[in-house]
Design a protein around this ligand. Structure first.
Ligand code: ARG
Length: 468
């Protein structure tokens, strides 16, 4: 018999049982479900709503059930519908009618909302830790390549020489914004719905504050109807995860391009590539491609959860059971992608010569214009002079490095001997000393800022993991 079977005269259709069960995926909430039940039981006992003896029996049995699940020694039965019912049934099987007191002043509606928030809070700490670890990997590589010059691109056309450290630091700052979003998600998830019961609250003298404290929630939900139907925190999480994935996807795209024979800027380590079943020479950037591919699912999960919610009248509707699919899938995608990306970035072999070679040529053109600006020519005119200079080079099969002082001076008398060094891409990158630019001092200060932010994040992660 179902735990809710009293008013029914017929059994549930077998197909309906299968159709409506969430147990296959929500068993992932077993830890939080038991944690919530332990706190709830303690409170029921302390408030005299159930006897201490019953509270003790329930607590002991719940602990045993948790151990059994962890030891893979628990009978999951689809007929139980979900993890909440599965655990409650096992409890009653173990200790008899006293087990039936656990669900006093509680509903699965406030229970599941609480379990999921707890689960997300714990997971956010782990994901933030993965973000930090990836940042750490980028920082180490940036330190190593402060002096490696390559072209920066716009429109995927060579634009201006930059240092590789500058390029890598761009990802560190992207990830820093991602980490901030994750912290905000944590705040949003850190509200306890338990005690809202089905949706209207309970007449029993519960103490929500003590339960929240026990479970590590900083705040209580204010409105029981909102509490059982609110999944806004899940919208925020899927959105934050989608943003992380978009960043990882852009990086992946760069690594795919950079590792092509045409670019040959980097080689992805064998351990993070795969071969072809037909072409023996191939070494494919499948990991990067899959990160890019999985980003599609992370993005669609944002619209998925929004669409799930858009038509729901207050309060709980069974549609909400589907929310877990978005939650778990998003967690799995973002966690695995952060981890493999870290491995991929950490193992990159950088082709410093090839990058330098690509940074030569016309990527330094802006430097010639800036030179003339310093000598008093308005920028728009300088741009035109250098534009003609570039055309001259193209028509005569020359590059800036080939230009003689005499040639330069036919374009503008302001060019002096020191203009001959303008063709050096390293000089060009080092000269970009404006704050936030690619110049060496800016890189030093970016590394410093990034370090401070990363230390803060790591501190947040370690203080969080002691809570969880
Ligand atoms: N398995 C359900 C879910 O995940 C639990 C809540 C069920 N509540 C209900 N009133 N049927 O949403």
């Amino acid at each position: 018999m179902k735990l809710w079977g009293g008013r029914f005269s017929k059994p549930t259709d077998k197909l309906v049982e299968q159709f409506s069960a969430s147990l296959p995926f929500d068993k992932r909430l077993y830890w939080e479900d038991i944690e919530g039940s332990l706190a709830h039981t303690k409170m029921l006992g302390a408030q005299g709503i159930i006897t201490d003896k019953d509270a003790d029996a329930i607590r002991g049995a719940l602990m045993e059930i948790r151990l059994a699940i962890e030891a893979d020694d628990f009978d999951f039965d689809l007929a139980d519908e979900d993890i909440h019912m599965a655990i409650e049934r096992a409890l009653i099987d173990k200790i008899g009618p006293a087990g039936g007191k656990l669900h006093t002043a509680r509903s699965r509606n406030d229970q599941v909302a609480t379990d999921m928030r707890l689960h997300l809070k714990r997971t956010l700490i782990v994901i933030a830790g993965e973000v930090a670890a990836l940042q750490e990997t980028f920082l180490a590589l940036a330190e190593e390549h402060r002096d490696t010059v390559l072209p920066g691109y716009t429109h995927l056309q060579r634009a201006q020489p930059i240092f590789l450290a500058h390029h890598l630091l761009a990802y560190v700052f992207m990830l820093d914004r991602d980490a901030e979003k994750l912290k905000n998600c944590y705040q949003e998830a850190d509200v306890m719905p338990l005690g809202s019961a089905a949706m209207a609250g309970t007449p029993l003298p519960i103490d929500r504050e003590s339960v929240a404290k026990e479970l590590g929630f900083s705040r209580l939900s204010d409105n029981s109807m909102d509490a059982v139907s609110d999944r806004d925190w899940l919208i925020s999480f899927t959105a934050a995860a989608a943003q992380i994935m978009v960043h990882l996807s852009r990086l992946s795209e760069e690594l795919i391009i950079w590792s092509s024979a045409e670019f040959d800027f980097v080689e992805i380590d064998d351990s993070h590539t795969t071969g072809s079943s037909i072409m023996p020479q191939k070494k494919n950037p499948d990991v990067a491609e899959l990160v890019r591919g999985k980003t599609a699912r992370a993005i669609s999960n944002v619209t998925g959860i929004l669409t799930l919610l858009k038509g729901l009248p207050l309060t709980y509707n069974r549609d909400l059971q589907e929310d877990k699919i978005y939650l778990f899938e998003t967690i799995d995608i973002v966690s695995s992608c952060l981890a493999v990306t870290r491995g991929m970035v950490g193992g990159l072999a950088v082709n410093v010569e090839r990058m330098a070679e690509a940074a030569g040529g016309f990527a330094v053109a802006t430097d010639y214009a800036d030179y003339l600006v310093v000598k008093g020519l308005p920028f728009r005119m300088a741009h035109d002079v250098v534009g003609r200079l570039v055309r001259f080079c193209l028509e005569n099969d020359k590059e800036p490095v080939d230009l003689t002082l005499e040639e330069l001076q036919t374009f503008d008398r302001r060019f002096a001997a020191d203009a001959l060094s303008l063709s050096d891409p390293k000089r060009s990158a080092a000269a970009r000393i404006s704050p936030g630019g690619t110049g060496s001092e800016s890189i030093t200060s970016q590394l410093k800022t990034a370090r401070i932010k990363l230390d803060e994040l790591q501190e947040w992660v370690s203080s969080g993991s002691t809570l969880a």
